[in-house]
Design a protein around this ligand. Sequence first.
Ligand SMILES: CC(=O)SCCNC(=O)CCNC(=O)[C@H](O)C(C)(C)COP(=O)(O)OP(=O)(O)OC[C@H]1O[C@@H](n2cnc3c(N)ncnc32)[C@H](O)[C@@H]1OP(=O)(O)O
Ligand SMILES: CC(=O)C(=O)O
Length: 538
Amino acid sequence: MSRERLYLYDTTLRDGQQTPGVDFSVEDKIAVARMLDEFGLDYVEGGYPGANPTDTEFFGRRQTAAAKFVAFGMTKRVGISASNDPGLAALLQSKADAVCFVAKSSEYQVRVALGCTAEENLEAIRASVEAVRRAGKEAMVDCEHFFDGFKENPGYTLACAKAAYEAGARWVVLCDTNGGTQPSEVRAIVKQVIEAGIPGENLGIHAHDDTGQAVANSLAAVEAGVRQVQGTLNGIGERCGNANLVTVMPTLVLKPAYAERFETGISAERLTGLSRLSRAFDELLNRAPAAQSPYVGQSAFATKAGIHASALAKEPATYEHVPPEAVGNRRRVMVSDQGGKANFLAELARRGIDVPKSDSRLDELIAVVKEREASGYAYEGADASFELLARKVLHGLPEFFGVSGFRCMVERRFDANGQLKTVSEAVVRIEVDGEQKMSVAEGHGPVNALDIALRKDLGRYQDEIADLELADYKVRILNGGTGAITRVLIESFDGTGARWWTVGVSDNIIDASFQALMDSIVYKLMKNREMAGLTAAE
Ligand SMILES: CC(=O)SCCNC(=O)CCNC(=O)[C@H](O)C(C)(C)COP(=O)(O)OP(=O)(O)OC[C@H]1O[C@@H](n2cnc3c(N)ncnc32)[C@H](O)[C@@H]1OP(=O)(O)O
Ligand SMILES: CC(=O)C(=O)O
C-alpha cells in the first residue's frame, strides 16, 4: 500500500527565537540549520530577514543543502503596494527558497491589531503571495489565530485561507497562535476547511503548547487531513513553546497508526540519532536536557520500580512502548528504595559486578541501600557512590588512604587594602601507607578549600588524581526546620572523559560535601586500577 507524504517544517530558528531566554547568534543558527538539514527535515525556517541584523546576515546565503530554506515575514502593509514594501523586499531578496508569511486570519485581530478593513487584509494576503511567486520562490501562509478566528467568524477566517490558496500558496498553515484549542476542535475545524475546498495536501498545522496539547493538536490535524506539521526542536517557542518535533517525529515514524499511512523524510536509521540531536541542541542552548522528555529524556526508558525491572529483565517490551535504541536512547534500571533484586542485578551487571541472585550478600546490599535512602541518601543519581557501596558490601573495598580529621574556617576580614573579604581555609589530616600528612588550602568557599586540601598530597596516589576535576555540585535540604538534613551530590570527571556522581548526607553541609568528595577520589582510584587491570594494593 502506498503511503502519503507528510512534510516536516522546523521553526526553531524563528518561533524558537521568540522563546524567553533564547537568543541565537549567526553561528548558532548556522549550526542548527545544518543539524536539521542533515536529520531530514523538509523545511527549515531560518528567521525573519530584515527584522534584525542577525537574521539579515543569516539569509545572505542559503543555509541548507537538502531542506528548503524558508524566510518568514508579515504580509505587505496596507496602504502600499507589494513592490514598495521594504519588509517584503527583504524577504524576496533573501537567499531563501521559500517565503512563509504570517497573515491575520481572524476578523477580530484584523480590526483590533491591524486596524484595517477585512477586505484590505485579504488583498494584502493575495498581493504578498503573488509577489513571492513572481520572484520564483515557494509561497506559504501561516494563518495566524486561525482556530480562534474560525470559532468567532468562520466565513472570514476561511476567506483568508482561500485567498492564500487561490493566489498560489503551496501551503496554507492553520495556526493555533494562542495555544488554547483542543484536539477535538482541531479535528473538526480541519475537516470543515477541507470540505470548503482547500485540499489537505496544501494544509499545514502550527500548534502552540499553552494547554500542553501542541503535539496532540498536530497529530489530530494530521488525522483530519493536513500534510505539513510545523514545530521546533525540544518544543521551544513563544510562551509555552511549539509542537515538539522531537516528540512528533518518532511518533510518526514508529507508531503504526501513522507509519502505516504516512511517509516522512526521516528514515528509521536517522531516527536513531534523535536523542543526540535533542541533547546537542540543549547543549547549544546551554541548558540541561529535560530528563522526562518523551523518547529522548534520560528517564524516558528508566525504571526504579522493582516489579518493572523484574519484567524488563525477562522481556524489555513488557514496560517499553518502543525500543530505546530506535531513538538512540538507552534503558536504565535504577537502584533505589523502590527497587528489588532485578534492579540491583541489572545495575551490578552493567558495572561488571557479578553476583548470583541467591547470594545473601545481595540481600544485605539491598537492605543497606534501602536503609541509607531512608536516612537521606539517593543512589539513583549517584552511580559512583552506589558502586563503591556495592563493592564494599559484596567483596570489600581497599582503604587507599585514611582521613583522621579536617577543619574548615570561613572568615570575613579587611585585607591589606582595607577591602572587606571573605576567605575560606581548610586543613585535612590524611594517613597514606602509615605516613601522617597535613594539607592546608584556601578556596573560593569552604567546600572548595576542603577539596583542594584533600587532593593536595595523597602520597603515591597523588599523580593518579591529577586529572580529576569537579564538574557540578548540588545541595538539597531534605526536611526543613531544626532537624534538616543536607544531601550533597557532586559530579566529577577525568581526562578519560568519564563522568560520575557521588553523594554525601549529613546534618552538616560541609560534612555531607566531604563524604561526596571522598567517594569521588576513592572511585577514581578504583576505576584507575580496573582500567589498568591492577589489584587494589598495587
Ligand atoms: C504569531 C507570531 O509568532 S508572528 C511572528 C512575530 N515575530 C516577530 O514579531 C519577531 C520579529 N519582529 C520584529 O522584529 C518587528 O516586529 C518588525 C521589524 C517585523 C516590525 O517592527 P515595527 O515596524 O517597528 O513594527 P512593530 O513591531 O511595532 O508592530 C508590528 C506592525 O506590523 C503590523 N502587522 C502585524 N502583523 C501583520 C501582518 N500579518 N501583515 C501586515 N502587517 C502586520 C502591525 O499592525 C504593526 O503595525 P503598526 O505599527 O502600524 O501598528
Ligand atoms: C505564525 C505563528 O507563529 C503563530 O501563529 O503562532
